[in-house]
Design a protein around this ligand. Sequence first.
Ligand code: 4NP
Length: 163
Amino acid sequence: MERMSKQRILFVCLGNICRSPSAEAVFTGLVKQAGLLNQIEIDSAGTSGFHAGEPADRRMQSHAIKRGYNLTSLSRPVDRVNDFDDFDMIIGMDDSNMDNLNQMAPTLEATQKLYKMTDFCTRFDYDHVPDPYYGGSEGFELVLDLLEDACEGLLEEVKNRLK
Ligand code: 4NP
């Protein structure tokens, strides 16, 4: 296969204030450890613009920081034209995200860039990353557990694509 010099990964959830900014931070940490920050670009976005311009949810931030993840990104909505061009993989957190992303995709070909985060899990048997917004602290911990698992599997996939 032709050598890919760069891979661009976009994480997507509903609000872009809980799950996808956390995925961005967890994956950035792993990519940094692997010494691949110059070859992998990472961003996140929401299927809704409800929270555009806002930092990550404070509860999500406080759970994340305890594991060493600093959530710094500001919420933005998915850009249906540019994001499907710019990114190699667009990764949703649950089936509702996947439905929305499939609707937004400008072409059939673009839908081939879509993946669900839990498909990269190897330890946890979940088919989605549950929305923690209306629940308690255990929901935020579960988000981080699932994301840490999935990000490891994802990094293996992205490394293969860089070969
Ligand atoms: P996220 O969580 O999709 O993981 O960022 C949510 C954030 C906000 C809302 C729902 C989920 N909301 O309804 O405002």
